[in-house]
Each structure stands twice: as structure tokens, then as C-alpha cells.
Design a protein. Structure first.
Length: 195
């Protein structure tokens, strides 16, 4: 009887220790954008400074966020962001905007030049999975372009193709790409020389 009890305790401890494994995630960044991000500023090139991306408290931690029903949210303890989410959002936004706006110099650092600088601020509200197999991304962005200000809300609900946290992260990335596309379209409609 003691032997069976010991085996049961060992099995329970093994099961518990297996469930405490932590998995880390990073928003995918296409490798062909790395050279674009490191481009140098050229004379008369318009500059877009990603000044800040603000996250609500529930997104500022290192756990992925999942909405389990209409009123309940879970912040995961074992499925975590490998780097701070705000850092990943900035990095992928620079990559996406650089791809969409090749004539612009896109940076998250304070630019040394003072002319032709546009400033982008993004306020995130939701960046999470949901119980119905969809991903929710919402917030607003403000673009300061010379004497003009453009403010737009964004809200995307995207179905996941498969279950699991890997697919959740890929789908969040897809939604974030849609936000960068929205911003890019507005910037393309601007004449960067009129500031």
C-alpha cells in the first residue's frame, strides 16, 4: 500500500511540474525588414518618429491576455512574452511601416534632425485572444504631421485558424499589421513636404 501511495505522489508531482513549464512568445518579425530598419537618414527624407505606444495595465505585464467570457479575462502565467510587449509592438510597427513607406525614415529613437518630423503615438486598448476563437485588437493612434493632427480609432476582430497560443500570437501579429497598414494609408495621402 505504501508503494502505491508513493507512486501516486510521484505521478502527481511529475504532472504538476510538467504543467509549470513556461513558454515564451515573440511577435514574428520578417527577416527581410532588418536592413530597412537600420537605414540611415538621407537629406530631405521625411521622418516618422514613433514617439510612444501606451498599454493598459493588463497588457503591460509579461503574460498573454485571454478573454474567457464576456466579463472575465485571464493573464497567463506560463505563456509569456519573451520581451516587453511594448518593445515588440514598436519593433514590428517600425518594420511594417518601413516596408509600406520606403521613402520615409521610421524610428523609435528621438531623431537628431528637427525638420520634417512627424510624430506617431498609439494607445492600445485590447490585444488579446477571446473564447470564441477570435483575436481582438483595438485602440487609437494620433499622427502629428506639421501643423496637422490626424486621430483614428482602430478595431480588428480576426478569427484564429487553429487553436493554441502559437496561433494566437500569429493572429495578433496579423492584426497589428492591419493597424500599420491603416496608418500607412493615411501617411501616403499626406504630402511630406507640406509641413
Amino acid at each position: 500500500m505504501k508503494k502505491e501511495a508513493i507512486i501516486l505522489v510521484i505521478a502527481l508531482l511529475t504532472a504538476c511540474s510538467g504543467s509549470s513549464k513556461k513558454t515564451y512568445y515573440h511577435l514574428p518579425l520578417e527577416t527581410n525588414h532588418i536592413h530597412t530598419i537600420s537605414n540611415k537618414y538621407h537629406n530631405n527624407q521625411p521622418v516618422l518618429w514613433i514617439q510612444q505606444i501606451l498599454l493598459p495595465d493588463h497588457l503591460a505585464g509579461n503574460g498573454l491576455v485571454y478573454q474567457t467570457n464576456d466579463v472575465e479575462y485571464v493573464i497567463t502565467n506560463h505563456n509569456l512574452w519573451i520581451n516587453p510587449l511594448v518593445q515588440q509592438l514598436k519593433q514590428t510597427m517600425i518594420s511594417n511601416l518601413s516596408d509600406n513607406l520606403p521613402e520615409w525614415f521610421i524610428s523609435a529613437d528621438i531623431p537628431m534632425i528637427k525638420d520634417k518630423i512627424s510624430k506617431l503615438n498609439i494607445i492600445m486598448k485590447k490585444f488579446q485572444g477571446r473564447y470564441d476563437g477570435k483575436v481582438i485588437i483595438s485602440g487609437e493612434w494620433l499622427l502629428e504631421h506639421g501643423k496637422y493632427f490626424i486621430k483614428r480609432d482602430f478595431s480588428f476582430i480576426i478569427p484564429q485558424k487553429k487553436d493554441g497560443y502559437d496561433e494566437l500570437v500569429y493572429t495578433l501579429s496579423l492584426g497589428w499589421h492591419k493597424v500599420s497598414d491603416q496608418i500607412s494609408k493615411e501617411i501616403i495621402n499626406l504630402n511630406p513636404m507640406k509641413q
